[in-house]
Write a protein that binds this ligand. Structure first.
Ligand SMILES: C[S@@+](CC[C@H](N)C(=O)[O-])C[C@H]1O[C@@H](n2cnc3c(N)ncnc32)[C@H](O)[C@@H]1O
Length: 498
């Protein structure tokens, strides 16, 4: 953000009913909403009721007034004005709020997409065609060009038009599909889970034999002996061999259950056991904690780094997301809750993404089954389980559909159901569904709508980060809700319990 921006608290009455924010004024942007204290990710900042204008009314009158800076497209060509905080969020190329249009209550809900620091501005993404000069000083600031701006009406029209919906085939089709996309251009936000083993009681250890060496001159000899005795094994490569503590030098010997027999001529004390970490430290905090057991090697490996995404893979995700939203719409038309989940066929650089038969899609069926546990994610995992228990790999059709790990006698119950698979859902999975995804060893989950009150992927809890949970999966929130929802005309109940 431009350093020229120096927000001042305006002298107008503050929103005392809102615990998170203040309205401040800057010369460049006018009023804006700023965090008055640190705000956690997925906090509902405001649910603004909207005032709706009929299409003709807006076209003939509203668009010629100041309203035009504040309104955005609603369904059926109508325009909406957010009452409350909703009209004061300024635009950012890197927004920290997502929004959720709720046609059933005529309201719009604003939710933080990441943790927000005190004094940070809360912003939304208006779209690519701005009618003003963006005051934020990013590398490619949008240049206001009235000719470029939409000639339609509605200042914030892009709130629901982040992606160009006039492109009949959708985004990410142009260009080289293998080109790796910059993180900020991806259609989703990845949530960074804290690295494993950040707390002392989650560090996994094993018992190792060590010996104190009262005379440091014996160290070289002992290191030679370790080699000769075959104790210089790679399984201890993540640990330092020697620890110097309180004037005592101690040598790490082995993790074998039986004590090693030390050379008799060196007059060493008896070996004894200690707990040592079983893996290297990936973070500085982990290094400190692990080294409190035994000096550990620091390897900030690539393990925790985000996977690179190509344009083709973004398109694959877009298609999967469209599919899941369409399924949710169909479910709604059948009288179900409009929630769907999709186990996408794995992305393959060389083939059509949606033709592989191991893709599954399921909807919430709590209504039709009168069964409170028939959530979409549970239903889709069950489809995969049923497929793996019943598919006959001897038939040509099924032999195509089963991946090597799925085929053969090791079927359901032997292998995990979703290893290396990606699940797309309309709604953040609830706690029950998140646990089912952990049990299935899913690789990653993409969802469209955060569920701050029920979600198990960061909403009310983040299951993959809980202590004692032995699997982690990637969590990504789709950024361009508006585009997808508008395209598929999904009418969503923001209060839905997904
Ligand atoms: C919905 S209003 C936001 C609240 C507005 N700042 C106010 O004081 O009422 C949209 C208007 O805010 C201003 N604005 C929003 N985001 C901006 C940005 N990134 N840079 C400059 N001006 C911005 C523009 O004048 C725009 O027409």
């Amino acid at each position: 953000m431009s350093s020229a921006l120096n927000p001042t608290v305006s002298n107008q009455p503050q929103l005392l009913h809102n615990p998170w924010c203040l309205i401040k004024h800057t010369e460049e942007k006018g009023r804006g909403v700023y965090a008055s204290k640190p705000i956690p990710r997925q906090t509902v900042i405001d649910i603004s009721p909207v005032l709706i204008f009929a299409k003709d009314e807006y076209h003939e009158h509203g668009r010629f007034t100041t309203l035009d800076h504040y309104t955005f497209k609603w369904s059926d060509g109508r325009m909406a004005l957010a009452l409350g905080l909703g009209s004061l969020f300024n635009h950012s190329e890197r927004p920290n709020l997502s929004y959720l249009l709720d046609a059933s209550t005529d309201a719009i809900q604003y939710v933080t997409t990441r943790a927000i620091e005190v004094d940070e501005e809360l912003s939304i993404f208006y779209g690519h065609k701005l009618w003003f000069k963006d005051a934020d000083d990013y590398a490619n600031p949008a240049v206001a060009d009235p000719e470029e701006a939409e000639d339609g009406w509605g200042g914030l029209s892009a709130v629901v038009e982040v992606t160009d919906l006039t492109e009949p085939d959708g985004p990410f089709l142009d260009g080289d599909p293998s080109e790796i996309m910059a993180d900020e251009d991806l259609p989703f936000t990845r949530f960074r889970l804290p690295p494993d083993e950040e707390e002392i009681d989650t560090i996994r250890t094993t018992q190792a034999w060590v010996v104190d060496i009262p005379d440091p001159r014996l160290i070289t000899e002992m290191l030679k002996w370790l080699k000769q005795a075959g104790l210089d094994t790679p399984d201890l490569g993540h640990l330092k061999r020697i620890r110097k503590q309180n004037d005592m030098t101690t040598l790490l010997l082995t993790t074998s259950p039986v004590p090693p027999i030390l050379p008799g001529d060196l007059d060493l004390p008896m070996p004894y056991t200690l707990l040592v970490p079983i893996s290297p430290a990936l973070t500085p905090i982990s290094l400190k904690l692990k080294s409190s057991f035994w000096p550990t090697i620091f390897t900030p490996s690539r393990k925790g780094e985000a996977e690179a995404w190509s344009r083709g893979k973004s398109r694959w995700a877009w298609d999967a997301m469209i599919k899941v939203v369409e399924a949710a719409n169909e479910a709604r038309n059948r009288g179900e809750l409009p929630i769907a989940a999709h186990i996408a066929a794995p992305y393959n650089e060389d083939s059509e993404s949606d033709s592989a038969p191991t893709a599954f899609i399921a909807c919430d069926s709590r209504n039709s089954n009168a069964h409170p546990l028939r959530h979409a994610v549970i239903n889709v995992i069950r489809q995969m389980a049923d497929h793996r228990t019943t598919a006959d790999p001897s038939t040509p059709e099924e032999s195509i559909s089963l991946t090597p790990s799925e085929a053969g006698e090791s079927r359901n119950g032997t292998n995990y159901l979703l290893t290396s698979r990606t699940v797309f859902t309309t709604h953040e999975p609830c706690i029950m569904c998140s646990m089912a995804l952990i049990h299935s060893r899913v690789k990653e989950v993409f969802y469209l709508y955060p569920m701050p009150r029920t979600g198990g992927c960061g909403g009310i809890a983040c299951l993959p980060t809980l202590k004692g949970v032995n699997h982690r999966f990637g969590i990504c929130q789709w950024n361009i809700q508006g585009a997808i929802v508008d395209r598929c005309n999904l009418q969503l109940d923001a209060a839905i319990d997904a």
